[in-house]
Each structure stands twice: as structure tokens, then as C-alpha cells.
Design a binder for this molecule. Sequence first.
Ligand code: ARG
Length: 447
Amino acid sequence: MAKKLWDKNSTVNPEIERFTVGKDRELDLQLARYDILGSIAHSAMLHSIGMLDSNETQQLHNELRNIYAIVENNEFVIEEGVEDVHSQVELMLTRKLGDTGKKIHCGRSRNDQVLVDLKLFTRHRLSMVCEAVKTLFDTLLEQSNRHKDVLMPGYTHLQVAMPSSFGLWFGAYAESLTDDMLFLQAAYRMCNRNPLGSAAGYGSSFPLNRTMTTELLGFDSMNYNVVYAQMGRGKCERNVAYALAGVAGTLAKMAFDACLFNSQNFGFVKLPAECTTGSSIMPHKKNPDVFELLRARCNRLQALPTDITLIMNNLPCGYFRDLQIIKEVFLPAFDELLECLRMATYIIERIEVNKNILDDKRYDAMFSVEEVNRLAAAGMPFRDAYKKVGLQIEEGTFVAQKDISHTHEGSIGNLCNDRIAALMESIYGSMDFASATTAENKLLGRE
Ligand code: ARG
């Protein structure tokens, strides 16, 4: 049996076949459930415009739900000689239902099928990323509150600068995640628009009801213009990639801090032995490999928007096979980031902080500004106070007074963690993941 959807009784050179199919047979497995959901919605819509009768529609829905169950049992395969997930599902429908299966492709193209698959896949994975970001955020904020009174040196140029605290350090990364969440929210909203019905990129002469598939699939709205819907391929992935890269950037920076602070020469934080790795030659080593791997993996994730940009750079509008390659870098990025987020949360929960860092005299000079400010508050012009303390330090007569008082918003003594939490809540709490899940369950008959 000819297994190409586009078979016209000529055979394709096996080398050409291998090259053009590429990694689709493996990668498309991740899109299978979404392809089926798209087909359930599409066939319901075809029924509504009289292209399928009730019996055909019911048969298609039953069979599509059976195939969905096969996917859930990890038993779905894209067979040898079948190009992609779209072809495999249609083949399975046709084998079971004959002509009814052959009718489902009315008014659509694999171009809008893969678009809708990617949107549904991405929407789901983004919701998982948002949840994992929120969990890490909560962990960081808890650590910030727990250690709010533990001081540590702050650095500029990696030179001891001014007093900082673990409250500030943990809280800074929590607040950084609020900005990252804002990007994730924007990415989710951009992604949550229906491209189905754009067909090959120019619509269809069938009176498709795109509002209906938009509602059935739980999208916020649609990509109205069919040419733009197709242009969204690659653009959507790149925008999402920027959001993922934002989170990765926060994690990579935090990981580098932790590596540095964990070094014996700093000794600010320590990992429990079970969270470290050893050396094959140096018996004393307890290495922070977790943070190093987080750093490298998150640095690599930050290349994703560029990877995608370079794949689709300068393509004019309309579908091109180039777009297929984006899946190779885009699909695995979610699991990669999710694993990093889970590990970051695990390790931040367990990191131990040194409460006596400031007992070491080498950090005394960081209290110089405190002294200058005390003199200035007592009436001495700032520049004179600066000079006086500077000379004391040069002469070795400066005595650090460590009972500091920082009270303004966002400072050591007033972290505003409650406001940072409220900011995160205003973003994360306003994101609606439930309507997507509800719509999908409804399509599967699982209300
Ligand atoms: N595997 C293809 C992709 O990911 C599916 C769309 C095929 N469309 C086509 N016109 N060849 O882009």
C-alpha cells in the first residue's frame, strides 16, 4: 500500500526519503496527542458545515480517541515508510474506517496541522514551565525570609564592596523570575491562538468555521489572516524560546554565584555531601557539579532563540520545509529547562548558608560606607566624611561598626518580599491554563 499522503504512483528515491523525513518519525511522536486533538476539532467542524455526516463524525471521533489511548500507552509508532505523525494518524483512520478516514483532510493541509500541533504542544509545555518557575520562586522566597538577617559581603568588580545578605541574594533571584514569568505569559498568550483553517497558508474554498475550532480547542482567539497564521511557524517558537532563555539566564547566573560562594575561598554556602560529587584522585573533593551543569545547560538554552532565528532567517512568507528543522531544537528545550528548574529547586532547598561570614576581618572594609553615612547624617559634608574614612582605612585605624540599619524598600532591612510575592501572583495567578485543559478533555469525551 502506498503510504504517502501525496502518492501519485511514482516511487521516491530512498535516499531522498530518508533525507526529507529526517528526524520527524521520532520527534513527531511528541506531537501525536495534539495532532489527534486537532483532528477531533477539525472533523467536528467539517460535520457542522455538512462535509461529514453524524455517523462518519462519530466513527472518526471514536477512532481518534482510540488512537489517543494508544499514544497514552506509549504504543503509538510512526511506521517505516510513513513520513510524519499527520500521515500516520490519517493512515490509521483510513485502515479502520475506509472512505470515512479519507474524508478528514478536507479543508486542511499538513501545514496548518503541524502549526496547530505545535501550538497545543507548546501551550501545554509552557504551563509546565510556568508551574516549575513558580515552585522555584516560592523556594527562593522562603530561603530569603529564613535567612533575612544573615549578612554576607556584596561585591562590585568581584571586590568586597558593601554589606549584603542572604535575604537579598535569594530574593534577587526570586524577583528575577517575576520578569521571566512576564515573558512566559506573553509567550503563552501569543501561542494560544488558533492557526487551524489556514490550510496550506491561503485558506480554503470550504466555508470553514474557524471560530468553532478555536473554541473547541480552547484557544483564546485565532491567527485571523491565513498568511500570517503560516508566518507564525517559527515566529511563535522563537518568541517562546526567548521566554525560555530568560528563565535559563536567571538560573545560569544563580548557578555561577553558587559555585563561587561554595568555593573554600569564599565559604559562604555549602552543599550537603549527598548533593556533591567526588574526585577520582583528590580524596577531599566535594564538587558543586550540579551548579556547574545547571550553568552550562542553561547557557546552552540561551542559544535557542538564535538557533531558531538562523534556521528561518530571511525566509519569505509561505511554507518551507526549512521549518521542519526547528522542531529538532525546539521540542527538546522544554524537558531540558524543566529538568534544570526541578534540580535548581531541589538544590536551593538544601543549600546551607554560613551565618558567620563577617567574623572574618577581611570583610571589615565593606562597612566603610556605613561609617561615611553616619558622619554625613551627623552633619559632615559627604565628601569630607568620605575622605576622613578613606584616610582611616589607609592608616589602618578604621574600626568597622557592624550594627547596620538599612530601611528603604528593597534593602537588607526591608526586603519587600511580600510585594515581590504579590507581583508574581499578579502575573502567574492571572494565567488561565484551565480552559485549555477543559477544552481538551471535552474533545476526548472526558468531561
Ligand atoms: N513535517 C513537516 C513539517 O514539520 C510537516 C508539514 C509538511 N508540509 C509540506 N508541505 N511538506 O514542516
